[in-house]
Design a protein around this ligand. Structure first.
Ligand code: DQQ
Length: 576
């Protein structure tokens, strides 16, 4: 797929620029500010679509995960939060702590506007643990009503408090970074976790110059006085504002994560940016040349809108951190709502965090792999298993006996032949469009096959997650779809046919696996062991609570075998 992406990246960029900018993905992102609604609070909160094990506070709006870390026995999650309402506004850093990344205890907001340098907002940022000294948070302060942005720091008031409840923003040195000459003062935000290299701490700050996305590099010897490097670590034309950059090493062998400061021949680096214009995020794999402080993406890694994504659905402003307790790198991402702001005000809440994912480099070296953290398995309850179930064209078989609205499903499908795969048209560069053309009901050769999640009994509503295999000139092309178009009888919703291509070689093994985490208004899916992942937000009217059903299906002419399916009812986590 890498090659195909390269060939078509230019067309894809043009196409996406036009289509996505015009439609803004339909996502009601925070940039659509609704001042008159920002402090509209509801007394009651609607439980209908609330999640059972995905992170969310009891009420109100949330967005980006901020400053995740493990310190002194606790995981910390901070996040952008509106304490007064369920649309974006009045933003503070809410704070929760956990022993297992699944069950969370809410604390008071850690960072909120209180100083001249953050009077108009405390926006996203990261945590860095300074060896022997403890954590420091870097965040973006909004200085004035024009949204002038500066980078600030905060430290725990009391390092002996295991929860690090209170944070202070020293007056000395704050703000630590202001936009210098030539830097866009109102698009200059979201400092990364710092890494230590060659006697300096280094951070990135996301920005843009006109339509060029930029990650500025700053250096400091003492974490207080910061100086901008002559060159950004990386830029890319035509990508617009880079929000929430994330920059970290991954090991070239094995699944172990690395501390952010690790460099060397045995690592590759990842640069991820959240593209403000489309509200999708992209990453590249490449080399960090420490001698010149530049990052150069590999030639197999397309830089920009034709490139790789952590998730081909609703997943934004993500941030990773190194967890030293299990030597792994963990990724958090925000899943915004796909309903309207009126719905959010009615619900009294908006936004969830995706399940934290462990992340490592695929052995092929061309992409990352992600998998839900293993702690999630502790919520698995009643289990139902199926094996060697043959599905011929038109078969829909219900998976009975679990709570289908709150479940975890793992399934492996196999197929005996690829001869009947449909021909792949090289103009199909946009996976989401292709899924829109070839939905789960459109008969194919090999596929569509997969699962129907959050389905009503008579299939008036369902969110299919499925594969479809095509034949290109010298290889097979695999598409994974998570199609929200039939997810709800309600009409005023954003119902995208999210999809991504899956980079697998079917010549050796004719199998594909899928895992979906189903949680009332979210279907979070991991295709081919975490190679292509898609999170969909959906709002069924009928397929709610015990009225939700789960099916396996095949609508292709080639029979498919469900080699093995394991599904679990999921217990609710104790969250906040
Ligand atoms: N959200 C924050 C910004 C960031 C954006 C504001 C990304 O710091 O750029 O809430 O969703």
């Amino acid at each position: 797929m890498g090659q195909l992406r390269c060939i078509h990246s230019l067309i894809a960029v043009l196409f996406l620029t036009v289509v996505l900018i015009i439609s803004n993905n339909g996502v009601d992102a925070f940039h659509k500010v609704h001042p008159h609604l920002q402090s509209v609070s509801r007394i009651s909160v609607s439980g209908k679509h609330r999640t059972g094990y995905h992170f969310q506070p009891p009420r109100n709006w949330i967005n980006d995960p901020n400053g995740p870390m493990h310190y002194n026995g606790y995981y910390h999650l901070f996040y952008q939060y509106n304490p007064k309402g369920s649309v974006w506004g009045n933003i503070v850093w809410a704070h929760s702590v956990s022993k297992d990344l699944i069950n969370w205890k809410a604390l008071e907001p850690a960072i909120y506007p209180s100083k001249p340098f953050d009077k108009f907002g405390c926006w996203s940022g990261s945590a860095t643990i300074i060896p022997g000294k403890g954590p420091v948070i870097l965040y973006t302060g909004i200085v004035d009503a024009n949204k002038t942005q500066v980078q600030c720091y905060a430290v725990p008031e009391d390092l002996s408090d295991p929860f690090l409840t209170k944070w202070i923003k020293p007056d000395e040195y704050n703000p630590i970074v202001v936009a210098g000459p030539g830097v866009n003062r109102t698009d200059f935000r979201d400092p990364t976790t710092a890494w230590f290299e060659d006697g300096h701490w280094k951070i990135l700050v996301g920005s843009r110059r006109k339509h060029r996305g930029i990650a500025y590099l700053y250096r400091s010897r003492d974490f207080k006085k910061w100086i901008r490097a002559k060159h950004p670590i990386h830029t890319a034309a035509g990508t617009g504002m880079w929000e929430c950059p994330d920059f970290y090493p991954v090991s070239m062998k094995g699944t172990m994560g690395l501390d952010t400061s690790v460099v060397g021949n045995h690592v590759k680096h990842v640069l991820k940016n959240s593209l403000d214009e489309t509200r999708f995020e992209y990453y590249t794999l490449g080399t960090y040349f420490t001698n010149i402080d530049r990052y150069i993406p590999d030639n197999t890694s397309v830089d920009g809108w034709g490139g790789l994504r952590y998730d081909y659905g609703n997943f934004y402003a993500s941030k990773s951190f190194f967890d030293p307790t299990m030597n792994r790198r963990i990724l958090w991402g925000w899943a915004n709502e796909s309903d309207t702001k009126e719905d959010d005000i009615h619900k009294g809440w908006a936004g969830i965090q995706a399940i934290p994912r462990t992340l490592w480099l695929d052995p092929g070296g061309r992409q990352l792999i992600q998998w839900p953290i293993e702690e999630l398995n502790s919520l698995r309850d009643k289990e139902v298993e199926m094996s060697n179930l043959k599905l011929v064209k038109g078969d829909y078989v219900e998976v009975k006996g679990i709570t289908a609205a709150q479940a975890d499903v793992e399934v492996t499908f196999s197929f005996s032949s690829l001869n009947e795969a449909e021909a792949f048209d090289l103009s199909w560069v946009n996976a989401e469009d292709l899924c829109g053309k070839k939905g789960s009901n459109i008969q194919g050769g090999v596929g569509p096959f997969g699962i129907l999640t959050l389905a009503s009994k008579n299939l008036e509503e369902f969110t299919p997650v499925f594969f479809r295999i095509f034949k290109a000139s010298n290889k097979h092309v695999v598409l994974l779809c998570s199609d929200a178009r039939s997810s709800s009888l309600k009409s005023e919703l954003y119902k995208p046919s999210f999809a991504g291509f899956v980079d697998v070689d079917l010549s050796t093994t004719k199998k594909l696996s899928l895992r979906s985490l189903i949680d009332h208004s979210v279907v979070e899916s991991f295709g081919a062991g975490g190679k292509t992942n898609i999170l969909s937000r959906v709002y069924p009217e009928l397929a709610v609570a015990d009225q939700a059903h789960l099916f396996v299906f095949n609508n292709g002419t080639v029979p498919i075998v469900v080699e093995n399916l394991r599904s679990w009812s999921m217990k609710s986590a104790v969250i906040n």
